[in-house]
Write a protein that binds this ligand. Structure first.
Ligand code: ADP
Ligand code: MG
Length: 375
C-alpha cells in the first residue's frame, strides 16, 4: 500500500532530489519530488501536503516566491527553504516576514533535514488539532448562546401575562384589596419587573456577543443625547439629594453613533453613579481629543468608590460588589457588560478609575472618523 504524501520537495537539481528520495524512503509518510514548480503546485493542490521544502535558487522561480504561492493557497502548510550561503540574506528576510518556517543551508547534514521535516510535520499536526479544538469550542459556545437566547425568549410571554395579572389586581381594577394584599403584590410586582429587566439584558447581551445585533450608526450630536439622559435621570438624582450636571466641550463635532445604544450606556453609567453615591453628585463631561481622533465622555461621581480588587472584574457579566439583595435597586449585574459590548461595537473603549470613599469615574471614547453604515 502506498503511503500518503505529506511532504513535497522542489529543487532544480536532479541529483539533490535523488539524494533526498533515498533519505526519506523509510519514513512513515510519502514524499513527492519534482524540479518543476508548476507540477509542484499541482501536487500541493491535490495531495494532503503538510510540509513543502523548496530550493531558493532555481531557473524558473525563486524558492521564496514559490513558498509565498504555497502560503497563499494554504497558509497552514509549513514551509522550509533550502539555500546556499551566498543568498542567505534573502532567506533571512523571508523568515523575518513570516514567509518560511525554517531555512536550511546547503550542504546540509542528512539528519538535519530529516529532523527539520519531522518537526515541521509535528507543528502542522499540532496547529491542525488546535484549529479543530477551536472550531469545536466555537460551535459549543454558539449552541449555548442559542439556548440562552431561546430560553429568554420563551420566558418573556408568560412573564408578561403574570405582570398584567398583578397590575390588574394591584390597580384594583378587579375590586378592592386590603393593605396586606397590596403590600404582598407590591413585592411580587417589584420582582417581576426585575426579572423582566434581567431577561431583556440577557437577550441583549447574547445578541451582541453573537453579532446578531446590528448598530444603526448615524452622524449625530452626542451632546443632545447626553442632555436627554441628564433630563431623564435628574428626578432620580434629586430624590437622593444629589446634583446632576453636565460639562460639555463646545468643540466636540458631530460623530457617528447609535443614539439608542449610547443612551443605554449613559443611562446605566449615570444610574449606577446615583445608586452608589450618598453625598455630592454626578457630572457628565465631554472632551474633544482632536489629536487622538476621538471624543471622550466621562461620568464622574463623588460616591463610595470601588476597591482595587473589584475594579478589574466590574465589566464581567453578573459581577456585583454587593449581593443583589443589599443592592436596593435590584440591578442585574449586566449593565456594564452590555455597555462594554456597545462601546466596542462602536470601535471605542470603556474603562474605570476609582478611589474608595472618594468617587468613581467611568470613561469611554468614541472614534471621530465616519463609520461605514452596516445593513
Ligand atoms: N459608580 C459606581 N460606584 C460604585 N460601584 C459601582 C459604580 N458603577 C458600578 N458599580 C459596581 O459595579 C456593579 C456592576 O454594575 P452593572 O454592571 O451596571 O450592574 P448593576 O447596576 O445591574 O448592578 C454594581 O453592582 C456595583 O457594585
Ligand atoms: Mg447598572
Amino acid at each position: 500500500m502506498s503511503k500518503p504524501i505529506h511532504v513535497l520537495f522542489l529543487d532544480d537539481e536532479y541529483l539533490v532530489l535523488q539524494f533526498i528520495g533515498h533519505q526519506f524512503a523509510n519514513e512513515p509518510y510519502g514524499v513527492s519530488l519534482t524540479s518543476d514548480p508548476d507540477q509542484a503546485m499541482e501536487t500541493v493542490r491535490k495531495e494532503n501536503i503538510k510540509v513543502v521544502v523548496s530550493d531558493q535558487l532555481m531557473p524558473k522561480i525563486q524558492g521564496v516566491q514559490f513558498l509565498q504561492n504555497v502560503k497563499q493557497f494554504n497558509p497552514e502548510i509549513v514551509r522550509i527553504l533550502l539555500t546556499a550561503h551566498t543568498d542567505f540574506s534573502a532567506a533571512e528576510e523571508a523568515i523575518n516576514i513570516g514567509e518560511v518556517y525554517r531555512v536550511i543551508s546547503k550542504p546540509w547534514k542528512s539528519t538535519d533535514l530529516l529532523s527539520a521535516v519531522q518537526h515541521a510535520i509535528e507543528r502542522y499536526d499540532l496547529m491542525e488539532k488546535s484549529e479543530q479544538t477551536n472550531r469545536k469550542l466555537k460551535a459549543m459556545y454558539e449552541v449555548q448562546r442559542e439556548f440562552t437566547s431561546t430560553v429568554s425568549h420563551e420566558l418573556r410571554t408568560p412573564l408578561a401575562s403574570i405582570k398584567t395579572a398583578i397590575d390588574l389586581v394591584i390597580k384594583k381594577t378587579l375590586g378592592a384589596i386590603n393593605p396586606e394584599q397590596e403590600e404582598v403584590l407590591g413585592r411580587a410586582k417589584k420582582n417581576v419587573d426585575r426579572l423582566k429587566r434581567l431577561i431583556d439584558d440577557i437577550l441583549d447581551l447574547t445578541k451582541m456577543e453573537s453579532g446578531k445585533l446590528k448598530m444603526s450608526f448615524m452622524k449625530n450630536d452626542i451632546h443632545q443625547t447626553i442632555r436627554e439622559v441628564a433630563e431623564a435621570q435628574r428626578d432620580f438624582a434629586q430624590s437622593r439629594g444629589l446634583y446632576l450636571k453636565t460639562a460639555l466641550d463646545g468643540h466636540v463635532p458631530y460623530i457617528s453613533f447609535d443614539s439608542d445604544r449610547i443612551t443605554q450606556v449613559l443611562n446605566n453609567l449615570v444610574s449606577n453613579a446615583i445608586k452608589f453615591t450618598k453625598r455630592g453628585g454626578i457630572t457628565i463631561k465631554t472632551t474633544n481629543k482632536y489629536q487622538d481622533d476621538y471624543v471622550l465622555v466621562s461620568v464622574i461621581d463623588t460616591g463610595k468608590g470601588i476597591s482595587e480588587e473589584n475594579l478589574s472584574k466590574l465589566f464581567q457579566k453578573f459581577h456585583q460588589i454587593e449581593s443583589p439583595h443589599e443592592n436596593e435597586e435590584g440591578g442585574t449585574g449586566l449593565g456594564l457588560a452590555i455597555s462594554k459590548e456597545i462601546i466596542s461595537l462602536h470601535g471605542g473603549r470603556i474603562w474605570v478609575e476609582s478611589k474608595l470613599e472618594r468617587g468613581t469615574t467611568f470613561q469611554f471614547v468614541l472614534p471621530l472618523q465616519e463609520r461605514k453604515f452596516e445593513e
